[in-house]
Design a protein around this ligand. Structure first.
Ligand code: MG
Length: 158
């Protein structure tokens, strides 16, 4: 199993993308890529589960080719690498930490997109959302964070 965590700064007027889904909000996440904090945490969880390092080693934020990149590309490449090592994902649990907007209505769409990206049933994906209780960087709406944990298994035929 592998664990991932990520944080991005929240800036007024930027697009907000969480788990590959565009979310309507007055602010979005700042980063070298599209700053999808959930896909970054998930990519790190996959790489970690297979002992393949981390997202910063694979996709340096100093590399101009990743400027504004769709973070699903990072996830797809991480999956390709873990599959090349004979692994496949089994299930995923994740938590998005965001004071606003309320994400409950968006959770089903995020869940479906994550299942599609990972190639696993929607029932094997769980998406949780927490506020920051108005304290700390999340609670003050300065940042959003995400945690992800994935289980992987050996494919039957390698
Ligand atoms: Mg990141």
């Amino acid at each position: 199993m592998g664990l991932g965590h990520d944080t991005h700064r929240l800036v007024a007027g930027l697009p907000l993308i969480l788990g590959g889904v565009r979310i309507e909000h007055s602010a979005g996440l700042e980063g070298h890529s599209d700053a999808d904090v959930l896909l970054h945490a998930l990519t790190d969880a996959l790489l970690g589960a297979a002992g393949l390092g981390d997202i910063g080693e694979l996709f340096p934020d100093t590399d101009p080719q990743y400027r504004g990149a769709d973070s699903s590309l990072f996830l797809i490449e991480a999956l390709r690498r873990i599959r090349a090592e004979g692994w496949q994902p089994v299930n995923l649990d994740c938590t998005i930490h965001a004071q606003r907007p309320k994400l409950s209505a968006m959770k089903p769409a995020i869940k479906l997109r994550l299942a599609e990206l990972l190639g696993i049933p929607a029932g094997a994906v769980n998406v949780k959302a927490k506020t920051g209780e108005r304290v700390g960087p999340v609670g003050r709406e300065e940042a959003m964070c995400a945690d992800a944990i994935v289980l992987i298994e050996r494919m039957r035929a390698v």
